[in-house]
Design a protein around this ligand. Structure first.
Ligand SMILES: C[S@@+](CC[C@H](N)C(=O)[O-])C[C@H]1O[C@@H](n2cnc3c(N)ncnc32)[C@H](O)[C@@H]1O
Length: 276
């Protein structure tokens, strides 16, 4: 298997486990640029390592961090894995948010530190847009793990932040979309992601000729909406368990493909059935 680069940060909904399947799909088309409107922790792009990419997310902080990573990021803050230091850094970061100073190296340093040190690596904001994740109580954190190595990969990758609908795609792009799951309480950023947003994404891609893939939670309404929008829908078992039901059932997800030839669809169907 080709080398997969580990994402620099843990990110809710990260899809590293989907890389082998997406690689098979990506190499089947002759697209050069990979477009990810919901790049999150960048697990897929780092796994596929395209030459060029357009990577977007509504969360400006993760995008600012990636832009700094591209320049060659070295963690230089004097904060460590201590509760008091975490809350000081959180206050400092929230002051930057209040002053609308969320871009640049210092904001990226604080963001990286807070995500590494906060509870479960979460990135969560309150209604006023302030970061409100509590201290994580990890035993040990290695903040200095080599981050500079990422810059050579990110060189020809372009980053933007904002709503997915602002992205400009070219007809040759391969588009991989990983929107927040269709669940009632998705809150990755200040603004939630509603059912209307799930449908708005389908409208945005409706007339695009590009080979495209969407992944999502396999709820009944998602499966119907994707089929109605002309996608070929595969249902796959995710490595994560359904939360709160106690019986360790694996969650079902959809992998929806559009604008692929029959041969590729058959090949993907075979691979997915081999993997159970
Ligand atoms: C499931 S996560 C993506 C995870 C990513 N595939 C990975 O492997 O790390 C969904 C992402 O969508 C972003 N998001 C939410 N609403 C959005 C919007 N309207 N436009 C663009 N991105 C949005 C969130 O900030 C979050 O990072």
């Amino acid at each position: 298997m080709r080398e997969q680069i580990m994402p620099p940060l843990k990110w809710a909904g990260g899809k590293r486990w989907l890389v082998p399947t997406l690689r098979e799909i990506y190499v089947s088309v002759e697209s050069t640029r990979l477009v990810e409107p919901f790049v999150g922790g960048m697990a897929i792009t780092l796994g596929l390592k395209p030459k060029t990419a357009l990577l977007n997310d509504a969360n400006p902080h993760i995008i600012n961090f990636f832009m700094e990573l591209k320049k060659g990021f070295v963690f230089t803050l004097n904060y460590g894995n201590k509760k008091e230091e975490f809350y000081l850094a959180r206050e400092e970061f929230n002051d930057l948010i209040k002053e609308n100073q969320i871009f640049g190296n210092h904001a990226a340093q604080l963001f990286y530190y807070l995500i590494r040190t906060g509870y479960n690596g979460l990135c969560r904001f309150n209604k006023s847009g302030l970061f409100n994740v509590p201290f994580g109580q990890f035993k040990k954190i290695d903040y200095q793990k080599s981050l500079q190595a990422y810059s050579s990969y990110l060189n020809d990758w372009q980053f933007t932040h904002g709503d997915f609908s602002n992205i400009e795609t070219n007809a040759q792009d391969f588009i991989y979309m990983d929107p927040p799951y269709d669940v009632p309480f998705t809150q990755y950023h200040t603004l939630g992601y509603s059912w209307q947003d799930q449908l708005r994404l389908l409208e945005w891609v409706e007339d695009k000729p590009n080979p495209m893939v969407i992944s999502n939670q396999a709820t009944g309404r998602i499966v119907s909406a994707y089929v109605d929008a002309g996608f070929h829908v595969f249902q796959i078992r995710a490595p994560r368990m359904i939360a709160c039901n106690g019986n360790r059932t694996k969650a079902m997800e959809v992998l929806a493909l559009k604008n692929f030839d029959e041969k590729t669809l058959k090949q993907i169907a075979d691979t997915l059935s081999e993997n159970g």
